[in-house]
Design a protein around this ligand. Structure first.
Ligand code: PAF
Length: 288
């Protein structure tokens, strides 16, 4: 008979989350929070592993946040597999899972939105109306509910990371935000829960997005004209078989302003549609 030993505790309400975290605090233990929407993959496990190295206790959250999906987006289809996720988190040595229902996060009468100006007007913000309001609102809530010492987010969602850092600085939320480099499959495709939407043929050509932006970043670093390098990347993505490109842009790595010169810290960011999936990715422009 197989015996399944579980050390991971799952809670669904804010009071239970807080009382467990407060008990750790009384013991002098530090706490890391890793917010997710579930459908966990190796990228998430890397976040959990990094969290374990940086804090005594790791709290993961799983909440498919309706407020960050537009009316024509994939909220209903978003993969949900809580029992597999639970086993993965347990195997990874995570201590606590907070998996609230929508009614816990947004009870009747809920009326507050956290909205970040400027940073959210560009890139994904220009293509997904209201998306970053939803992200900023739910992440603010999760941080205030758990009050961890640190919270970790993947660099794959580079603009999201910038928005969250802005919220935390502006609202004086006492937590350090840690960005963790993107985890990739061997062929370069950034790990994402949405990769599950790809057919085998689409999966085979999906790494071309990473290849195109990596080439653009290298060419910009070597002194190429920024707009020409970006145009070449866009053409390459379409030629590879992507259905459409929402954006390919070179931006300042901190302010997300349009990149003027390769001497500034820069990033090439892209979003493109392949079959049912909308893939996003970004890479640093190497500094010479
Ligand atoms: O990156 C994600 O999975 C989500 O946007 C986050 C940060 C968990 C907020 O819902």
């Amino acid at each position: 008979m197989n015996t399944y030993v579980s050390n991971l505790v799952a809670v669904r309400d804010v009071e239970s989350l807080r009382s467990r975290i407060q008990a750790w605090r009384r013991e002098g233990l530090s706490v890391a929070l890793v917010p997710t929407m579930g459908a966990l993959h190796k990228g998430h496990l890397t976040l959990m592993g990094r969290a374990q190295k940086m804090a005594d206790r790791v709290v993961a959250t799983i909440f498919v946040n309706p407020k960050q999906f537009g009316p024509n987006e994939d909220f209903a289809a978003y993969p949900r597999c809580e029992s597999e996720d639970f086993e993965m988190l347990n195997g990874a040595g995570v201590h606590l899972l907070f998996a609230p229902d929508a009614a816990v996060m947004y009870p009747p009468g809920f009326a507050t939105t956290v909205s970040v100006a400027g940073l959210t007007d560009v890139l994904d913000g220009a293509h997904r109306a209201g998306h970053f309001d939803g992200v900023a609102t739910v992440v603010s809530k999760l941080l205030l509910q758990a009050l961890p010492d640190i919270a970790l987010f993947g660099e794959k969602d580079f603009q999201q990371l910038a928005v969250i850092k802005r919220v935390v600085a502006d609202l004086n939320i006492p937590v350090d935000i840690i960005g963790v480099p993107t985890v990739r499959d061997a062929d370069g495709l950034a790990m994402s829960s949405r990769n599950a939407y790809l057919t085998p043929d689409e999966r085979a050509l999906a790494p071309k997005l990473f290849a195109a932006i990596t080439q653009a970043a290298a060419a910009i670093s070597e002194g190429g004209d920024i707009q020409e390098c970006i145009d070449t990347a866009r053409a390459g993505i379409l030629k590879a078989g992507f259905r459409s490109v929402d954006y390919v842009e070179a931006r300042h790595a901190e302010t997300l302003a349009t990149l003027e010169t390769a001497r500034e810290p820069g990033r090439v960011l892209a979003a493109a549609h392949l079959g049912r999936a909308r893939l996003i990715d970004n890479v640093a422009i190497p500094q010479r």
